[in-house]
Unconditional design. Structure first.
Length: 365
């Protein structure tokens, strides 16, 4: 590798080389501390004490340009052994790799201690935020943001999510190291881990089945977020299916931000809370068989079409379904039925437990 070195360099090597019996104590991949001995056009030499002499040259010399710029002769520095004793008797060293290895060691210690750390956000994409930790690139996924910082986009539009995340660039966030891998050059952060720990402690005074007072803090296409009135640091989710007994297309049709509501706790797991508004309302399906009899006709308004057929409103709380097979296909269905129009349908079956009423066409349709 260094066979082109001149004889004068070999003489310098013989002068600085320590006995070979001690050099065996160092192996490739080890971190060693050395003092800068000499700069040449070919490389920079370091005294490794009893281990011998190390050399930074070639690509490693270019990579260490900034590190070496202000390093004076006699100054100490940590380097990584990339080759054990080359042809001229030196250890090939890397200063850049040593810095990176030390950074990963610091990351490992932070992870094991579970310490919180403040990081500056350097960038964003639709999947999360980028940051630097100990000089290493780190990633904070959207799913690991705190409830406060989680981007609440109604339709899940990635461009809107990205716009929301860009607001954090340049800001400092307090996070924990969630996972790391030196081999895969992966460093994952979590803000949620910190808030979850606090929330878990606060949730100890609640149990499943409790009814709480809350304030709607956000509305998305999949449901609504609710903050506990007596402790707004606790925030839970009301899934769209738990907003009401009736079928809801858009949560904003039945609830809005700052609404004060009562909700029932359905589940508490890992600091996450799931609640229900529906559980506190009378279930209209309990009396559905009394109001709607199989074999009879009923008036209903077509609400919407889907791949399975059409949903029909029989009253404000109860909806029925007329299957696509009644028409032969979606085009025929849209020819016979119009959204928003009222028709007479025949009730084929009523299944309260499944919350389902199956409808059929009447002869005149």
């Amino acid at each position: 590798m260094l066979s082109s070195f001149k004889k004068t360099d070999s003489a310098f090597a013989q002068l600085m080389k320590t006995s070979s019996d001690l050099s065996g104590m160092v192996k490739e991949g080890d971190l060693v501390t050395g003092q800068l001995l000499k700069r040449t056009t070919r490389g920079v030499y370091f005294d490794l004490g009893r281990h011998g002499t190390g050399l930074v040259f070639g690509t490693e010399l270019s990579n260490a340009k900034e590190i070496l710029k202000n390093l004076a002769e006699g100054a100490s520095i940590t380097a990584k052994v990339v080759e054990w004793e080359n042809d001229d008797g030196y250890f090939d060293l890397s200063l850049a790799e040593a810095g990176k290895q030390k950074s990963w060691q610091s990351v490992k210690e932070l992870y094991e201690k579970g310490e919180d750390l403040n990081v500056k956000i350097t960038g964003a994409n639709s999947g999360g935020l980028m940051a630097d930790v100990e000089g290493l690139k780190a990633f904070l996924p959207v799913s690991q943001l705190s409830n406060e910082h989680y981007p609440r986009v109604d339709d899940g539009d990635k461009s809107k999510i990205l716009e929301g995340l860009k607001k954090f660039v340049g800001q400092e966030l307090t996070v924990k190291i969630l996972d790391f891998s030196l081999r895969n050059d992966k460093l994952i952060l979590s803000e949620r881990e910190i808030t979850t720990k606090n929330v878990k402690e606060k949730l100890e005074k609640y149990k499943v089945g409790d009814i709480i007072d809350g304030i709607i803090s956000g509305v998305a296409d999949f449901g609504a977020f609710i903050k506990f009135s007596d402790d707004t640091e606790i925030e839970g989710l009301i899934h769209i299916s738990e907003l009401d007994h009736k079928l809801i297309e858009n949560p904003k049709d039945v609830i809005k931000v700052n609404d004060q509501v009562k909700a029932k706790i359905l589940e508490m797991k890992d600091g996450r809370v799931t609640l229900s508004l529906k559980a506190l309302k009378e279930d209209p399906w309990q009396k559905a068989e009394e109001r709607y009899k199989a074999g009879t006709d009923v008036q209903g308004k077509v609400l919407r079409f889907n791949p399975f057929g059409a949903f029909v409103s029989l009253d404000p709380e109860i909806q029925g379904l007329i299957h696509i097979s009644e028409f032969g296909g979606p085009e025929e269905m849209r020819t016979k039925l119009k959204e928003g129009e009222t028709y007479t349908f025949h009730i084929e079956s009523v299944k309260p437990l499944e919350k389902r009423i199956i409808l059929k066409l009447t002869p005149h349709l």
